[in-house]
Ligand binder design. Structure first.
Ligand SMILES: C[S@@+](CC[C@H](N)C(=O)[O-])C[C@H]1O[C@@H](n2cnc3c(N)ncnc32)[C@H](O)[C@@H]1O
Length: 206
């Protein structure tokens, strides 16, 4: 019988920026709704977890790294790794209880920072060939291992254009899950944050 799942994001960036914060709040809320746990591991001592995240019941903040937490049970942890040889399958939900993700923002082109976790020797699985945001990677993992839908049967939107108004739009260099409204599923507040950052980049030019 498969047990409740834990989704672990190992914190790898020096700080928690506003993009990551929104992604992590979305992961925490969706984990809570699914009866799963969301653990943000490897937090530096004295790290201040935002109240918005701390208040979600599924959320656990950990100073220990994933190797230490799972020292006795490494084989139950699956690393979601864009370079893994095998794609994640619904059956992996029986093999693994914990799913590990790199706590890093996406970059274009990808710099393979997931390699920092690969070195730790966890079994790896890929979620298809296109880079996803961290919250999308967790969402897709849940759809596969809990919803039992194969990774290539999920409806995605690749590199979608976000249209802010008649004149302004920006293309996101990632893969997203397609929502019922036909739009990419993104954390609450993310479109506004992307627009704010795009406006700031334009202002900085002058
Ligand atoms: C935004 S991605 C970062 C990818 C980053 N460009 C890198 O250098 O590895 C954050 C995390 O989501 C997961 N992820 C994203 N896309 C994935 C894919 N296609 N297959 C497996 N894992 C993926 C990985 O765990 C990755 O560390």
């Amino acid at each position: 019988m498969s047990t409740a799942k834990t989704y672990i994001v190992e914190h790898l960036d020096p700080e928690l920026g506003p993009w990551s914060e929104l992604e992590y709040i979305a992961i925490a809320n969706e984990s809570h709704q699914a009866g799963a746990k969301f653990c943000l591991s490897s937090l530096p001592a004295g790290f201040k977890v935002p109240e918005t995240l701390q208040s979600v019941p599924a959320f656990v903040a950990e100073n220990r790294g994933v190797e230490e937490i799972y020292a006795q049970d490494k084989s139950r942890v699956c690393l979601l790794d864009p370079s893994a040889a095998k794609d994640l399958s619904p059956e992996d939900g029986e093999t693994f209880d914990a799913f590990l993700f790199g706590g890093i923002l996406g970059d274009d082109p990808p710099r393979d920072r997931t390699s920092e976790l690969r070195k730790k020797g966890f079994e790896g699985r890929r979620l298809g060939p296109v880079q996803m945001t961290t919250d999308t990677a967790v969402r897709v993992t849940r759809i596969v291992v809990e919803g039992k839908i194969p990774v290539d049967k999920i409806q995605y939107l690749d590199h979608p254009d976000l249209k802010f108004n008649e004149h302004e739009s920006t293309q996101m260099p990632f893969r997203y899950v397609k929502g019922d409204d036909g739009k990419p599923i993104m954390p609450e507040g993310m479109v506004e944050l992307i627009k704010k950052d795009a406006d700031k980049a334009i202002d900085d030019l002058f």
